[in-house]
Design a protein around this ligand. Structure first.
Ligand code: ZN
Length: 324
């Protein structure tokens, strides 16, 4: 099952979504009253996955446990970001009252470069899938073969755009929750899928490469796969060494309320102590970016700042849980 109860407010959101789906289909497609007046709006089917809020924070906020338009776009940049969020929303819950004539232009922007200077060749795929509760998928272009990190929702348009960037040689799946349309992508791109054997389920039994043991494993010279059990038995992070970036899946993310790191402990399948041991492994790695499966990315000013954030998370979690 995907992380349908990922965020603090999600249980209520998902419960109310299901209740309203059963009782009032008309309400589901309707505009939430929490939206400000204007062209853009979020509907009742929002699952509060946070995607629109980190993609277009100037426009979308959480209001009463789900996303809403808090301010209509006031610039071309804000409008573009809001339309990118509209295309990425896993439940197609973002709408415009007037047809968006620029939507094709925005479709052509995906995958989105994250930082052409600091993270050359690293893209956000957009098109999040409800099957993975709106998890983020990334594309890394590399001379030895491109890598898709987790699975976006399959669309022909996105597949065409990814092929224009060279397709994908690998699809690395961080863990069992974020596999979404992996089979469709593998069929289209002929990529070799990779997942840890501890997270193989019926849906992923045909994955080409199953990691066993504790690693680490390598993809060429630039990528290292770090086994980080805790959230799931087979959670693995991808370390892209030249750009000092770690793709974390659901092992660790950024809190939506602060700059602190955050563990989705209430959804961890394994002991907290094991997940903290997996965090300690990250202290030894030279990286500055967290690229998570859900929520905001983090860029620290240097590796020491990254380490102190991890140490703080370990200390706070240990104290809160009474772990010796
Ligand atoms: Zn997960």
């Amino acid at each position: 099952m995907a992380l349908s109860l990922l965020f603090a407010a999600a249980p209520r959101a998902v419960a109310s979504f299901r209740a309203s789906s059963a009782s009032s289909p008309a309400l589901d497609s309707g505009r939430r009253p929490q939206n400000v007046p204007g062209d853009f709006f979020v509907d009742h089917r929002c699952i509060d996955c946070q995607t629109c809020r980190w993609m277009a924070p100037e426009v979308f906020k959480r209001v009463d446990g789900k996303a809403a338009v808090a301010a209509q776009p006031i610039s071309d940049d804000h409008r573009t970001k809001a339309l990118q969020a509209l295309l990425s929303c896993p439940t197609a819950s973002i709408h415009t009252e007037k047809p968006a004539k620029d939507i094709l232009q925005v479709q052509n922007m995906f995958p989105l470069p994250i930082d052409t200077h600091l993270l050359p060749g690293v893209y956000h795929c957009g098109y999040h899938s409800e099957d993975s509760f709106g998890a983020t998928s990334y594309l890394i272009t590399h001379p030895d073969g491109n890598i898709l990190v987790d699975s976006p929702r399959y669309t022909t348009k996105l597949a065409n755009n990814i092929e224009e960037l060279g397709g994908a040689r690998y699809m690395f799946l961080t863990h069992r929750d974020d596999v979404a349309d992996h089979r469709k992508w593998a069929e289209r791109l002929k990529c070799e899928r990779i997942i840890h054997s501890g997270d193989v389920e019926r849906a992923t039994v045909d994955v080409e490469r199953k990691l066993t043991g504790n690693g680490p494993w390598n993809i060429g010279a630039d990528f290292e796969l770090i086994h980080t059990p805790g959230h799931t038995q087979g959670s693995v992070c991808l370390f892209y060494k030249p750009v000092k970036a770690l793709f974390t899946g659901d092992h660790v993310a950024k809190s939506e309320e602060s700059d602190d790191l955050y563990l989705f402990l209430m959804y961890s399948r394994q002991p907290v102590s094991l997940q903290l041991d997996s965090m300690r492994k990250l202290l030894k790695l030279d990286f500055e970016w967290f690229l998570p499966g859900h929520g905001y990315r983090i860029h620290y000013k240097d590796v020491h700042a990254k380490d102190s954030a991890i140490e703080s998370l370990i200390a706070i979690t240990t104290q809160a849980r009474g772990i010796l």
